[in-house]
Write a protein that binds this ligand. Structure first.
Ligand code: GDP
Length: 196
């Protein structure tokens, strides 16, 4: 998709606030600092539209980005804040669970992991959870520019092994917001899934 027009439609905490359109939605999940804002900005050809490194302790909202009046990117607040209290974490869990399990417009989830490391427990839990609910998942391994291309295969296998990856139900791509490697493939995955 050739994107020129993007706006933040709404920051929602409750289902009543979700957009009432039937446009397809693609959600983005991942721990804070994994590169979610950078991926979003790359996909929509902006330098600093989606805010980078959302602050721990800030209000946790689902941010619906209106992309060309055709689809929404739904930025799901990052998991794995060390400083967040147990009750905050539970509230976050309920909010995203309510969205991800009850939204017919949701066509797929992009789950971000760091290309340089084996997936964290949070990454694994999120992946298993999405598989359990049969939600199409694209795992995007971010910051791939920090690994030599000759080592990408190895990095991919470490991630797949850690996630006990299901090739039939999910896809994996290496991505860099610096070199834009993977950008066209991520868009292709999105377009395939919103067309269904
Ligand atoms: P978010 O908290 O998940 O939204 O993460 P950000 O997009 O704000 O990125 C966190 C940090 O990682 C920032 O310092 C980014 O500049 C850096 N970063 C994000 N993506 C990449 C990437 O593809 N390559 C490199 N080298 N750094 C990245």
């Amino acid at each position: 998709m050739d994107v020129h027009n993007v706006s933040l439609e709404i920051s929602a905490v409750r289902p009543e606030q979700y957009p009432t359109t039937d446009w397809p939605e693609i959600a983005l999940v991942g721990r804070s600092n994994v590169g979610k804002s950078s991926l979003t900005n790359t996909l929509i050809n902006r330098k600093s539209f989606a805010r980078t490194s959302s602050q721990p302790g800030k209000t946790q909202t689902l941010n619906f980005y209106n992309v060309e009046e055709q689809l929404f990117f739904v930025d799901v607040p990052g998991y794995g804040y060390a400083k967040v209290s147990k009750s905050e974490r539970e509230k976050w869990g309920q909010m995203i669970e309510r969205y991800l399990t009850n939204r017919s417009q949701l066509k797929g989830v992009i789950s971000l992991v760091d290309a340089r490391h084996a997936p964290s427990d949070d990454d694994i839990n999120m992946y298993n959870w999405l598989m359990y609910y049969d939600i199409p998942v694209l795992v995007v391994a971010t910051k791939a520019d920090k690994i030599a291309k000759g080592k990408w295969n190895k990095a991919e296998s470490i991630i797949k092994k850690g996630l006990q990856f299901d090739n039939a139900k999910s896809d994996l791509l290496m991505f860099s917001s610096i070199t834009k490697d993977g950008k066209a493939d991520v868009w292709q995955w999105i377009e395939e899934h919103i067309a269904e």
